[in-house]
Design a protein around this ligand. Structure first.
Ligand code: SF4
Ligand code: FE
Length: 495
């Protein structure tokens, strides 16, 4: 089947029976819902760009499983070059959507589960790797979007899954049958969950023997019987419901999306199971997925950063201060920070190496350093963007005020006239353009889109401490001590 167009992708979502809830009610036509649709448009961009000959090399790849031309978002990386192209593709998508385009989590899950299932089968003679391959061929040939579902709600953080007061706080097996398993639980913060055709569930932490029933990984369709999604509320998101939501919401396009995906006794047939009790492999799957997703941020957040920098430069221009030396310096600093993030994304890709299964994995230490920087630099980039934009970014009246005919002035001025008069910047720039760029920056820095740029940079792909644990594990301090001892002339005996 040829690659789907953006329109075909959106139409394909309409055919699903995904159960979506928002503000306590079921949303039947969720595909056209003004709060959800922007996030669908972002995923649709992963389809649209794959149709564009200019981006063919980045957006498509040749499947190692079938030899077919596929969307790179469904690809198993075959080389370090593939890993670099992945980062470049994500930067491009960030530039085109200024948002989270969601499809990476599935790509990162395919690659992590592919190499982990190979090693589980090697030890136990299970069929998980074959299951994953068959599933992936189906995904590639039908050009599907798959959510990689990892983060459990976790309940009491001091307790292991089996110690929780409610066992459902981590996804687990409640029944084992000859033809499959029945699972219960939920995954929280699910990026793109609603907009995906399928989900791959994975454990969220390393597990011990007592957590055997929680060590489970499988694929299931997003509209499986017993599966429900509760839409996550985002800052300022209801502005998109307003009549003038296109401007007040910070433009119609950007919009990530996160939901709680609940599994209420969902049956998973054997052929879709990738881990079922082999608890010692839960940690490997988590670590590999997290590594890939931390690399991903060295692409997507950089692309979004490019747009934030561009918007800040425009705000300066519209305010008439683009020639001020401190503005130029701030733009240099923002660029320096953004390109440092990109360098980390490229570096951990170039240093990638093959797994036992044959697909390529990033350098884990560098991927964690990449993501650790991403927990910081976008905040500084946003601080500088807010600095350049000025306070108007958060005090500007609504679009309804700008369009209002209500007369208030003695000379017959309307509210709209007054807004246009006092919010004008440079005379050759329309107030509307200035409004647009201020609202856009507001949205990116502290509105709904900030969820995808700031907060997701902090917590997505693991909160800062998770990377520090990995950096401690991979940093080889002992080896570094040996280097110092050798040069300082300290012998081992003197230690
Ligand atoms: Fe992709 Fe970035 Fe969104 Fe993760 S946060 S799904 S890497 S766009
Ligand atoms: Fe993410």
């Amino acid at each position: 089947m040829p690659l789907m167009t953006a329109k075909e992708y959106i139409d394909s979502l309409r055919k699903l029976n995904t159960r979506v809830y928002m503000f306590g009610e079921k949303i039947d036509n969720w595909v056209d819902h003004p709060m959800i649709r922007p996030s669908i448009n972002c995923v649709a961009m992963t389809y649209a760009l794959a149709q564009d000959p200019r981006y063919e090399d980045l957006m498509t790849a040749t499947s190692n499983l079938t030899g077919h031309k596929i969307n790179r978002f469904t690809h198993l990386h075959q080389s370090a070059d593939d890993l670099v192209k992945k980062v470049k593709m994500q930067r491009l998508l960030g530039q085109k959507t200024a948002s989270c385009f969601q499809r990476c989590v599935g790509m990162d899950a395919f690659n992590a589960v592919y190499s982990t299932t190979y090693e589980i089968d090697e030890k136990y003679g299970t069929q998980y790797h074959e299951n994953l391959k068959k599933f992936l061929i189906y995904v590639q040939d039908n050009d599907l979007t798959v959510d990689g579902a990892m983060t459990d709600p976790k309940g009491d953080r001091s307790k292991a899954p089996h110690q929780q007061a409610d066992p459902d706080l981590f996804v687990h097996v409640v029944e084992r049958r000859s033809d499959g398993i029945v699972v219960c639980g939920a995954k929280a913060h699910q990026t793109g969950s609603i907009n995906s055709h399928w989900h791959i569930f994975m454990p969220t932490i390393a597990m011990g023997e007592a957590d055997r029933d929680w060590a489970v990984s499988f694929a299931c369709p997003s509209d499986a019987e017993g599966m429900y999604m509760i839409y996550g509320r985002q800052s300022c998101a209801t502005r998109k419901l307003e009549e003038c939501g296109a401007i007040d919401g910070g433009n119609a396009t950007p919009g990530g999306q996160a939901a709680l995906a609940e599994l209420d006794h969902v049956f998973i047939p054997n052929e879709y199971i990738f881990l079922n009790g082999e608890y010692e492999f839960a940690g490997m799957m988590v670590e590999r997925f997290a590594g890939y997703h931390r690399q991903s941020y060295g692409g997507c957040k950089v692309g979004v950063g490019d747009v934030v920098i561009g918007a800040a430069a425009l705000a300066a221009e519209y305010n008439g201060v683009e020639k001020a030396s401190h503005i130029k310096d701030k733009l240099i600093e923002m660029t320096h920070l953004n390109e440092t993030l990109y360098s980390c994304g490229v570096a951990c890709s170039c240093e990638g190496c093959p797994t036992k299964a044959g697909n390529y994995q990033i350098d884990l230490l560098l991927a964690n350093v990449c993501k650790q920087n991403i927990t910081r630099f976008p905040y500084e980039i946003v601080r500088l963007a807010e600095d350049i934009a000025g306070g108007l970014m958060v005090t500007m009246p609504s679009q309804k005020d700008f369009s209002s005919d209500t007369v208030v002035g003695r000379n017959g001025e309307t509210i709209g006239d007054i807004c246009h008069k006092y919010f004008a910047g440079r005379p050759d720039v329309s107030t509307e353009d200035r409004q647009k760029i201020m609202r856009f920056l507001e949205n990116m820095c502290l509105g709904a889109a900030a969820v995808g740029y700031r907060t997701e940079s902090l917590h997505g792909a693991g909160s800062p401490q998770a990377q520090r644990i990995m950096i401690a594990r991979q940093g080889n301090i002992q080896g570094k001590k040996e280097l110092a001892k050798t040069i300082a002339g300290i012998s081992k005996e003197e230690e």
